[in-house]
Design a protein around this ligand. Structure first.
Ligand SMILES: NC(=O)c1ccc[n+]([C@@H]2O[C@H](COP(=O)([O-])OP(=O)(O)OC[C@H]3O[C@@H](n4cnc5c(N)ncnc54)[C@H](OP(=O)(O)O)[C@@H]3O)[C@@H](O)[C@H]2O)c1
Length: 302
């Protein structure tokens, strides 16, 4: 297809894990051209042909960022100091409507507050879920929700194994490690679902929820899979109060793990949604052990 005939998709978070995956998948498709959005376009010219400034905290930047776009992919980053995800998402929805965007895709998470009847407080989940209504009510020709899983990548970054009190290497978590409750995945594969949804708005552009899930595991199963590949990790359950005091923001992360145990990561039976997401992506997502073999080398293979 000639480049002029390709539909333009503007991608927020293009320098990050989710948006980066979306940029790569769209760049590889024959149907779309990509506008990568970042607060610092001069630092990221290599991303794709068109790199444009966008700052969700400065909605006036979003007009030029979305101009002429058929589609927008939006992810917000709660870990950024002072980020108000509902406010940022609302600003992006408003700007996309004004720009005449047809298909809006929002990376959301389950509403932990509603699912748990207010028992667990996980603002970086619930805060995203609260924006779903804003997207829904905006009246785009098409809109889609994608749900990012617990990234496999967390296990070599923010949730990397630590030295435990007994001297072993592994995880101390406020979670029963026997309970299978974590929907996980290789976040670099999120782009396949997003590009597929832009390409098939008839099947996936009517408010469908599309979770990326490569595996569904307990923490003991995660540890067993790694140990079968030459590691010697362990996992111990610790009281939530102990975990909450380990680092700033620990209480929220403790509630997140307790929510996983009580309700699972996705919070409900998501079999049909996962099947649709995989169909739309056009491929099965990578299983954890396959990903780990390539990305978590045991000490003697480093
Ligand atoms: N880790 C997990 O397991 C997991 C699971 C599900 C969901 N999530 C969610 O994923 C989100 C983070 O996504 P990620 O992993 O792709 O993040 P990331 O790799 O840390 O990248 C963050 C991206 O957000 C962009 N950004 C931040 N503030 C912005 C602003 N004000 N305006 C425009 N762009 C802004 C950054 O762009 P520039 O710096 O280039 O401007 C960057 O591209 C979080 O909200 C988290 O809750 C994480």
């Amino acid at each position: 297809m000639l480049s002029n005939n390709k539909k333009l998709v503007a991608v927020i978070g293009a320098t990050g894990q989710q948006g980066g995956a979306v940029v790569r998948a769209l760049r590889d498709s024959s149907q779309f051209k990509v506008r990568a959005l970042t607060r610092n376009p001069d630092k990221h010219r290599e991303l794709t042909g068109e790199v444009v400034k966008a700052d969700l905290n400065h909605p006036e930047t979003l007009k030029a960022a979305f101009e002429g776009a058929y589609g927008v992919f939006l992810v917000t980053n709660n870990w950024e100091q002072g980020a108000d995800e509902l406010k940022q998402a609302s600003a992006a929805v408003r700007a996309a409507k004004d720009a005449g965007v047809k298909h809006f895709i929002w990376s959301t998470l389950p509403d932990v507050e509603a699912i748990s009847g207010g028992k667990f407080h996980v603002p970086h989940f619930t805060g995203k879920a609260k924006a779903d209504r804003v997207v829904e009510e905006a009246g785009f020709v098409n809109h889609t929700f994608v749900i990012a899983p617990f990234y496999y990548q967390n296990l070599v970054s923010v949730v990397a194994p630590q030295k435990l009190a007994d001297g072993s290497l592994g995880w101390a978590l406020p979670l029963d490690p026997d309970v299978r409750c974590i929907h996980m995945g290789d976040i670099s594969e999120l782009g396949n679902i997003v590009a597929g949804a832009f390409a098939h708005p008839d099947e996936a552009g009517n408010g469908e929820y599309l979770p990326l899930v490569g595996d569904f595991m307990s923490f003991n199963e995660i540890v067993d899979a790694l140990n079968r590949q030459g590691h010697n990790f362990s996992v111990k359950q610790v009281p939530k109060e102990v975990f909450a005091g380990l680092f700033p923001g620990g209480a929220e992360v403790a509630d997140m793990f307790r929510y996983f145990q009580a309700h699972t990561y996705l919070g409900s039976d998501s079999h049909d949604r996962i099947a649709l997401a995989n169909k739309i992506a056009g491929k099965q997502p990578t299983r954890f052990s396959t990903w780990a073999r390539l990305n978590v080398p045991p000490p003697d293979k480093r």
